[in-house]
Design a protein around this ligand. Structure first.
Ligand code: NAD
Ligand code: ZN
Length: 322
């Protein structure tokens, strides 16, 4: 049994995870942070598995946030053509999203998650109390995906999510189970991401591009922070197309702004260039999941480059009044 951990999960979570396990396991440290979710780290991990003579019957446990499960899942699914792995997510983001659904991967050539596999873990064990030691900025980043789930699902989930107006950890923990169910529902209908799972891309077409561009420039924005901006800009696109009411955009933006900075977006050429390389594109067209209302969305909408420029320009005007 091999545990992949990072410096924080080694400290806060590993003692809990290994209690009662004896000493027949190997612990491998991965450097914490998105900037290490790359090929070099992957090669180091392959080397460590090889030098420890890890065979195909081994089981790998990814004890960490989305960075550890993305890279750990990728290493497990490629090493000796695939060994079994279990995810034990330790951040809010990974408990409700990243650990579920089998998407593994690394960043490459300045593009987020562009190299990877789809391989489901053998099991996912969620201990909500692990998130108690997360720092507030990381926790808030994970909350962005909760907002996304609530916007896609609508109804009572949106209503109860909106009741959270500050970081009440108990209220957040009480919604973890339902958020897992939302993600799992999409994934179980469409593991290979051919149709309905595309709904989960809401906020991510723009969000990933902003995140990648910031990463390349060393101005790190967390995944959830970029997705929060992406959800607002993609809702502006929907309003400009006439499919979403402006007052719903206002409701979404006002709620997101309670938790996230909505900074001015510059370098539009880079961001749109990055979007053109998005894995979600088909035949070179940039496609979005757009909201028609809270709880209602349309998949795979082709959006023209000039519409994206115009929407970001509109977002940049309105950010000042927030
Ligand atoms: N595969 C997917 O479906 C999917 C979905 C969403 C996000 N992601 C990926 O997940 C990553 C983001 O995940 P994340 O937000 O979990 O970030 P992360 O894994 O980088 O963790 C964030 C920070 O929190 C620390 N940490 C982890 N658990 C902790 C704990 N219990 N207590 C204290 N500190 C702790 C980590 O060491 C790190 O410094 C991104 O790379 C994103 O692309 C993947
Ligand atoms: Zn995401």
């Amino acid at each position: 049994m091999i545990f992949f951990v990072d410096e924080n999960t080694a400290n806060y979570c590993l003692p809990v995870a290994i209690s009662g396990l004896g000493d027949n396991f190997l612990v491998v440290d991965i450097k914490a942070g998105e900037e290490y979710k790359n090929l070099e780290t992957t090669q180091n991990l392959w080397d460590i598995l090889l030098s420890n003579e890890i065979d195909r019957n081994a089981i790998l446990i990814n004890l960490g946030g989305g960075t550890v499960s993305d890279i750990g899942g990728f290493v497990a699914s490629t090493y000796k053509r695939g060994i079994r792995f279990i995810n034990v997510p330790t951040t809010l983001m990974s408990q409700i999203d990243a650990s579920i659904g089998g998407k593994t991967g690394i960043n490459y050539g300045g593009i987020k998650n562009i190299i990877g596999t789809i391989k489901e873990p053998e099991a996912i064990f969620v201990f909500p109390n692990f998130i108690l030691t997360q720092d507030l900025r990381e926790l808030t980043s994970g909350f962005s995906e909760m907002i996304k789930h609530a916007l896609l699902k609508g109804g009572s989930l949106w209503k109860r999510t909106k009741e959270i107006t500050d970081f009440n950890i108990n209220k957040i923990k009480s919604l973890i189970g339902e958020n897992i169910a939302v993600k799992f529902d999409f994934v179980s209908k469409d593991l290979y991401d051919k149709n309905i799972r595309h709904a989960l891309n809401f906020g991510h077409t723009v969000g990933h591009a902003i995140e990648s561009c910031r990463l390349t420039k060393g101005q790190k924005l967390l995944h959830g922070e970029a997705v929060a901006i992406g959800m607002v800009i993609e809702s502006v696109i929907a309003v400009r197309r006439g499919i979403l009411k402006r007052k719903v955009l206002q409701e979404i933006r006002d709620y997101i702004a309670l938790f996230f900075d909505l900074p001015k977006i510059d370098n539009l050429d880079d961001i749109i260039g990055n979007m053109k390389n998005d894995k979600k594109n088909r035949n070179g067209k940039i496609r979005f999941t757009l909201l028609e209302d809270i709880g209602h969305y349309v998949l795979d909408v082709e959006v023209k480059v000039h519409e994206i420029y115009d929407a970001i320009a509109e977002y940049n005007l309105s950010y000042k009044s927030l």
